[in-house]
Every structure is written in C-alpha cells, then in structure tokens.
Design a protein around this ligand. Structure first.
Ligand code: V47
Length: 389
C-alpha cells in the first residue's frame, strides 16, 4: 500500500489519538514550510498530556575530573592534550572538595563526565565514584557517558556488564545521556570517528537499563547533520526505549561552534532550537521528559521551550565547562529563586525533582536540608526499575 503523504491535518489526528508518528512524519515536521507554531502546539499537547503544567528542575553541580582526552571530536572545545597549559586532572582531594561544596549548597545531584585520560587507569574512574559516594551518600552520582564506559572496556578488558556492576557497587546512581551525538555513520564518522558507534552506545544503555539503572539520552544538532540524520537518531532512541523503558529524559543539545574544529558553522537559532524540542517531544512518545538545558539554549529560549514540548530545565548547575568553553554566554549558575522564577514567568508550575524524578521537599528554615518524596507520575512505568538506591 502506498504511504500517505504527511500533512499537518493527518499528523494532528494521530497526535490527538495518541498514535505513533512515522519517519516521514518526523521529516515533515522538521521542514521550514511546516509552521513552527503549529508543530509547537502539537508538542505542547503531548507535553501537557504527560506532565501537565509542571516544569521540573533540580539543584545540581557538575564535575569534570579531567579534560585530557584521547579523542579529538571536532565539535568539542573542552578537551585538551596532556601538555597543553589548559589540561588538568583533579586529585581525590579536589574531587572531595567539590562533593563538600555540593552538599553545603543543597545539591541533590552531581553530574560527572570528562575526558578519556590515557594515563589514568580504570580504577581512577571507579574510585572517584566510590570516594564521593562514601563521603556524601545523599548526593546522587549521575556519572560517565556510554563513550566513557566503552573506554573503560578498553582500559579494564572487562565486559560492559562487569564495568557497570563495579560502578553500581561503588555508588553510581544513574548515567547521563552524553556521547550520543548523531548516530548515523555519514555524520558520526566526520565528527567523532573513533568514538563508540551507535550500536555500541545503545547497547551500553540497554545493559545499564537491564541492570536497573536509569539513563538519559541526547542528540547534538546544528553541525554537519541534516533532518534525515536527526529523525533517524530519534527513532533509534525510541526503539531502544520500546525495548527497555530505561530512558527518563531526552536532551537535545544545540551545537556551540566557538573554539571548536567546526567554528565556521553558525550556531542554531531560536526557531531551530524550538523546532527540535517540539519534534523530539512528538517523535519520542515513550520517553517521559524532554529537557530544555538552559545553559545551552539561553534562558529566553529555554523558557519558550516549556511551551514547545519541554518539561524540564535541568538544574541550577555549578562548574559547567563544556558549553562555556564553546562560547556559551549563559551564567555559570542560577540560584533556586532564579530557576523557579524562569518557570513561573513561563506560566508553568515549578517542581523540584531528584535525578530519578522523585519530588524533593526542602526544609522551609534551611534549604540545604531536604527529603525525597513520591515518584513523579509521567508515563506508565513498567520497567520494574527500583529507584530507591
Ligand atoms: O556528549 C560537546 C555535547 C555533551 C559541544 O544527561 C557540545 O541530563 C554543543 O551530555 N556544542 C555533554 N554541544 C553534555 C551532556 C548533557 C548535558 C546536560 C544534561 C545531560 C543529562 C547531559 O555535550 C557531549 C556533546 O554531545 N557537546 N561539545 C559543543 N561545542
């Protein structure tokens, strides 16, 4: 049977009745001729169906233990060579100091990613999780991307399963979504040829989900890819999510060209950002949350994104380097009032969550004291994953 050419009318009917959109419909939604406000309106319908008027945030910090990296991804401004004056690797004491600062500032999460340092053994990466978890057990450690886990396979000569088990035993709480970039080899081979390929990245997340870990997923857009590559990327994530249900948030990441090997490319504009958020919400019907990462989008676009499919702004953030090295002009951090204010100004209800989407209750007298409440009901959770770890 010939497939019907997509129109906004047919797509609207499918979205309203909760039917899954096809590859061609994803391409259609990405076309400049398909009015952005209509794509946004449809995405908002799905966003409100799943998450109501709520917009989530957390109190978090970043830790990039080293920027020294064996890979030379041409989109990255953060990496460094060993002898470059910019190169660094943190000591255990510096890492623990960051844990202390996080806890003293009420953080519930530490987001840990970095370079693949050729002189650091596997144990350095595992022990970093262990010392932080032993000193600050209340701090959720969202650590190491699929690309790092793949590097650990090379370092330790162990299986993905055993590596993830070592990290779980050390205190790993979940995994961030970085390193996915663009899966399609036509692009991946041009921007990060040495990095784990799509099937490796996806299989690491599959195995993490099977071990009961929640993970996030990302897509880096606005460089050498076209809309075909983006829709292909989204569908590969959707297929894995059908299998495991372990992804909790999708984070579209806008390329920042400054100080990178692709500095001739113009940064995506606000309409490209909003369209990507909206198409992601519409295509990823099985991933509960879409994040508008304010550090990368800028505050105004992140606020608008809350009406284009996004339901999460990430966190207050401290010590972000990856985007600021690549020219991000956003502040280095926000305080609680500021992030809540952004959400309120956008007409949404701010809800503080922990990393695995449980409500956080803060002590009214001392905001640094908090307790974990109930799981936020987004889509039906049939994964059996236990988040009480
Ligand atoms: O994998 C690197 C991207 C990612 C640039 O899981 C760049 O909640 C744009 O994954 N321009 C790391 N993007 C960041 C990341 C992330 C961020 C926030 C939340 C979560 C989460 C994950 O940043 C890398 C790469 O895709 N990146 N350089 C650049 N110049």
């Amino acid at each position: 049977m010939p497939t019907q050419t997509p129109t906004l009318k047919t797509i609207r009917a499918k979205v309203e009745s909760g039917q899954r959109l096809s590859f061609d419909e994803g391409l259609f939604l990405y076309q400049d001729e398909t009015p952005l406000h209509e794509v946004g309106e449809l995405a908002n319908l799905v966003r409100e169906r799943i998450n109501g008027n709520q917009a989530f945030y957390n109190i978090n910090t970043h830790l990039n233990p080293t920027n020294i990296c064996v890979y030379r991804c041409n989109f990255c401004a953060f990496r460094s060579d060993l002898r470059d004056p910019k190169g660094y690797a943190m000591s255990d004491q510096q890492v623990l100091q960051r844990g202390k600062e996080a806890v003293e500032n009420g953080c519930t999460e530490m987001h840990i990613v970095g370079g693949l340092h050729h002189l650091k053994p596997y144990e350095w990466y595992v022990d970093l999780v262990r010392i932080l978890h032993e000193a600050y057990p209340e701090l959720h450690l969202k650590a190491w991307t699929g690309v790092e886990i793949n590097w650990f396979e090379f370092l330790a000569k162990k299986s993905v399963h055993d590596i993830l088990q070592d990290l779980l035993d050390a205190g790993l709480g979940s995994m961030p979504g970085g390193g996915a970039e663009i899966f399609h080899p036509e692009v991946r081979d041009k921007i990060c040829e040495h990095k784990s390929d799509a099937s490796k990245w996806l299989d690491i997340h599959r195995q993490a989900h099977q071990l009961g870990l929640r993970t996030n997923c990302t897509m880096l857009y606005g460089h050498l890819e076209n809309t075909f590559h983006r829709v292909d990327h989204l569908i590969r994530l959707r297929e894995l999510q059908d299998e495991t249900g372990g992804f909790q948030t999708f984070v579209p990441l806008a390329f920042h060209p400054e100080n990178t090997g692709l500095s001739h490319i113009k940064k995506p504009n606000a309409s490209a950002d909003l369209r990507t958020v909206a198409v992601s919400r519409l295509m990823l019907d099985n991933i509960p949350h879409i994040k508008a990462y304010w550090i990368m989008l800028g505050m105004g676009t992140a606020q608008a994104a809350l009406a284009y499919g996004a339901d999460d702004l990430d966190g207050t953030v401290r010590h972000e380097l990856i985007y600021h090295d690549a020219g991000a002009t956003t502040p280095e951090m926000l305080n609680i009032e500021q992030i809540r204010g952004l959400i309120l100004e956008a007409g949404r209800e701010p809800v503080e969550r922990d990393t695995v989407y449980r409500r956080i209750h803060r002590d009214a007298q001392d905001f640094r004291r908090w307790s974990t409440g109930e799981k936020i009901a987004a889509v039906a959770d049939e994964t059996g994953i236990d988040d009480s770890r």
